[in-house]
Design a protein around this ligand. Sequence first.
Ligand SMILES: Cc1cc2nc3c(=O)[nH]c(=O)nc-3n(C[C@H](O)[C@H](O)[C@H](O)COP(=O)(O)OP(=O)(O)OC[C@H]3O[C@@H](n4cnc5c(N)ncnc54)[C@H](O)[C@@H]3O)c2cc1C
Length: 190
Amino acid sequence: MGDTTGPSASKPSYPPGMVLGPDGKPCKPCTAFRNWTKSKSPTGSKTGGGQGSTAAMMAAFASGTGIKSVPEPDAPPAHCPPDVEQLGRATWTFLHTTAAYYPERPTPNQRANMLNLLHSLPTLYPCSHCASHLGENLKDHPPDVSGRVPLSRWLCERHNDVNERLGKERFDCAKTDERWKDGPSDGSCD
Ligand SMILES: Cc1cc2nc3c(=O)[nH]c(=O)nc-3n(C[C@H](O)[C@H](O)[C@H](O)COP(=O)(O)OP(=O)(O)OC[C@H]3O[C@@H](n4cnc5c(N)ncnc54)[C@H](O)[C@@H]3O)c2cc1C
């Protein structure tokens, strides 16, 4: 990715917004796609790249056709590696859904497996700065794996800690089942 010609040949240059990983190399799952892509939108502003921009425009044209899911305009095109946001959304989807279907009365084995899953994230999650924040957070807030409801609540609070750190709105944890298991009462997800 870096410039390999000219006087700075030995020092690769990365896009200014690219976050480097612990190895000093560009870390795509640590960085938002808009901060590393070289693609420009038709208006000249930076966007989620050629195919992503087209998809976003097509989605805009498709609005009103009943199609509800539209691609994120800033997301990497489908054939590209995930950025920090895509990876985050996918991971939260997996974790919240897994918590929503966790047993009300888990066996010791199920509790141990859930603890292993959650405690593995600070070492395995590929966004290194996210992983290290999570590791610190888990020290202050050990997972409650005693049942489906307390686990979903605990996870909602950890997600809210991240939301707060990123300057996003907190989610109403009373709505966790509605969001991740039952869908809204208006039946729009049935
Ligand atoms: C463990 C972890 C740590 C992360 N740390 C960082 C970080 O340090 N820096 C960074 O830039 N990104 C981080 N991310 C990614 C970040 O949390 C978001 O996933 C990303 O910014 C995309 O955000 P989003 O607004 O699309 O929705 P997301 O935050 O991904 O949420 C997806 C959906 O979950 C629902 N939701 C939101 N909050 C809650 C909640 N509290 N409980 C239940 N459901 C909820 C909403 O419907 C939302 O649309 C992390 C992700 C994970 C999994």
